[in-house]
Design a protein around this ligand. Structure first.
Ligand SMILES: [Zn+2]
Length: 245
């Protein structure tokens, strides 16, 4: 029954897969949201898939979320007499999940970069062991006209990486550093789209699950309980590193 002070809700969505036991393929794929205008408020788990393997169809997994987001973007939200607009800003996920959500090839594939048209090369790093590396900088960059100093330095880091750490170090994670600046231009400070908070929630979801049956019901029950606790504390408890302004 609280009317928010802001006029708009801009939402980030985070999705991650969560294996439950080492011994079983059972897994959860929680969907979380966070409102950019209300960063002091905790990230919320708004849905989860649960099953003995990955969701069989992306369509089935994402359709309800897509419908709901589209509907909220059209109609907005109403708190008493106050109308609040709703818009989706970004999906925050790790490399394998970003590829999965876009039904694209793996981040480790030759054409695995989701940001540009670069092509990776598979190199040999040992007997029977190969690695995909990415060594082109600014292959048809999108949108950016002015690259700030940070961008130049990050590029330089990637470029020099091979020299100091070896060419086999140019794995997806290192290579992707050159793309961080673009994301900051688009989304704002790193903290505002960091995955730490979502990952914290995943740990909580994992702890919720005590026996192998009625997984979703157990998670839902614990989430409701935690909702009451968070309400009682009136805000989120931060237990992960954050940049100081
Ligand atoms: Zn790229």
């Amino acid at each position: 029954n609280v009317v928010p002070e802001v006029d708009a809700f801009t939402v980030d969505v985070s999705i991650d897969g969560l294996p439950l036991f080492k011994s079983s393929p059972k897994q959860l794929w929680p969907i979380q949201i966070r409102i950019v205008e209300l960063l002091k408020h905790p990230a919320m788990i708004v849905g989860t898939f649960g099953g003995s393997k990955k969701p069989g169809s992306l369509e089935e997994f994402l359709r309800p979320l897509v419908e709901e987001i589209n509907d909220l973007q059209r109609r907005g939200l109403k708190f008493g007499d106050k109308q609040i607009s709703f818009s989706l800003r970004a999906f925050i996920a790790d490399s394998p999940m970003r590829a999965a959500l876009r039904a694209a090839m793996s981040f480790n594939a030759k054409h695995g970069c989701l940001k540009c048209t670069c092509v990776g090369s598979s190199i040999e790093v040992g007997p029977d062991s190969r690695k995909m590396i990415f060594d082109s900088i600014n292959a048809e960059p999108q949108h950016q006209r002015h690259w700030p100093v940070a961008k130049i330095m990050l590029d330089e880091f990637v470029r020099q990486s091979a020299k100091y750490y070896g060419r086999s170090n140019l794995i997806s994670n290192v290579y992707n550093i050159q793309h961080i600046a673009e994301e900051v231009f688009k989304l704002g400070p790193l903290d505002s789209f960091s995955a730490y908070e979502f990952e914290n929630n995943l740990r909580f979801v994992k702890q919720c699950e005590k026996s192998g049956t009625k997984t979703i019901e157990q998670v839902a029950g614990r989430l409701i309980e935690r909702g009451h606790i968070i309400k009682a504390y009136n805000g989120r408890v931060q237990s992960y590193p954050q940049l100081k302004a």
